[in-house]
Every structure is written in C-alpha cells, then in structure tokens.
Design a protein around this ligand. Structure first.
Ligand code: ATP
Length: 201
C-alpha cells in the first residue's frame, strides 16, 4: 500500500482544510517547532484507527478537534482522509479496488465514524484493511518522536508483533478471534438443541 495523499480539516492545529501530497520517493516536512509536523503523523495513525487518546497526546479523543486560539473559535468536528494505492500482493482484503480512500470523522459528543471508498464501515473493518496491507495505527513503520529507543529495547513478544505486522498477518489474528466467537456461539446453540431433543424423547 502506498499513501498518496492526506487531507485534514479541523484536526488539531489544521483548522482550515489542508492537503498533503506524498509523491514517490522521499517526502520531507520541515517547519519551526510546534508548527504541526507531529500532528500530521498523528493524523495518519488516527485515520488508521488509533483508539488511544493518550498516544494522540490528548486526555480524550475529542482533543484531536481544533480547540480554538485567541483569534479563532473551536471547531465541532475533525476529519482526516487518507488516499492510498493498494498493490495486489499481500492485500488479502481487497475487493478489486486499487484506489483506497478512508475517512475518519469525529464530532463533539457523537464519537468517531469511518468511511471506506464512500461506504460507512466499522473501526474493525478499517483496522483489517490496514492490517492486511501490513500497516496500521500501531505499525512500526510510523515512528513517533522517542519511539526509536522503545523499538530497540522492545521485549521479544513486542518484536514478534512488529514482525507479524511487517509480514501482513496481523489481520489474521482479528479474523481468528471472530471465528472463535462464532464457533463458541454455534457450540452453545448445538448444546441447547441437544437438550431440547432430549426433552422431546
Ligand atoms: P516539534 O518540532 O517541536 O516537535 P511539531 O512541528 O511536531 O513540533 P506538533 O507537536 O505537531 O508540532 O504541533 C503542536 C501544535 O499543535 C501546538 O502548537 C499545539 O497548540 C497545536 N495543537 C495540538 N492540538 C491542538 C488542538 N486540538 N487544537 C489546536 N491546536 C492544537
């Protein structure tokens, strides 16, 4: 998967609609301290489904919404869209589309909602889309400030998680959990059926 564009509005310091094109090769973002460089990386993690407000440097998830300044009132919503190109190899969850557009929007008091190529989807679906493409909100490829030290000193279990993500199999864990839940429900239905049948004998 190759990220081609990031669109933001009302997200943290990006109060006005902003678009960042990510061309082939290396893209550098430069600017003075506090201008919003880290906010851009956070926007990528957020649209990929980040659920921890703390890792967005906030107390609650609504803290990603533009909070206002001395001269500008706060906003009621934040929206981030990521445009990507999916490659065939490794992207198990693709449905034939090569272009992927995922949007996450949060409104004050109403929580987050996701859309994928114009359709409403669940957070879980978004996590699967990115996990199958060997990326996601917790991908080791997204390295925030101070994370390099943490990666070097990671425990074997955490390292395994990184390798699984790099191999694009972390989506399988989510599917396995789903399958196990369905299996347990089917087993309990079968047990109830057996009781009913026994009562009828
Ligand atoms: P540095 O180079 O120091 O790491 P940076 O360019 O990475 O800085 P960020 O940390 O991305 O900067 O941005 C911090 C700025 O974003 C601060 O000015 C902060 O006030 C602003 N900011 C963060 N959250 C919000 C919000 N919800 N509403 C308005 N502004 C916000």
């Amino acid at each position: 998967m190759r990220i081609k564009k990031l669109k933001l509005v009302g997200f943290k310091s990006f109060v006005e609609p902003a678009e960042l094109r990510i061309e082939n090769g290396l893209t550098g973002i430069v600017g003075p301290n506090g201008c919003g460089k880290s906010n851009l990386l956070e926007a990528i993690r957020w649209v990929m489904g980040e659920s921890s407000a703390k890792s967005m440097r906030g107390a609650g998830m609504e803290d990603v919404i533009f909070a206002g300044t001395a001269s500008r009132p706060p906003r009621d919503f934040a929206e981030v869209t990521i445009l990507a190109e999916r490659s065939d190899d490794g992207d198990a969850a693709t449905d034939g589309d090569q272009e992927l557009e995922v949007t996450r929007r949060i409104e004050r008091g109403a929580g987050s909602a996701y859309r994928s190529n114009g359709r409403d989807v669940r957070a879980k679906d978004v996590a699967l889309i990115f996990a199958d493409a060997a990326t996601g909100a917790h991908s080791p490829a997204l390295v925030s400030q101070g994370r390099i030290g943490a990666i070097i000193s990671a425990k074997p279990q955490e390292r395994r998680q990184m390798l699984e993500e790099a191999a694009g199999i972390s989506g399988l864990h989510v599917r396995r959990k789903d399958a196990e839940q369905k299996l347990r429900a089917a087993e309990s239905n079968l047990a109830r059926l057996a009781t009913i049948l026994a009562d009828m004998d």
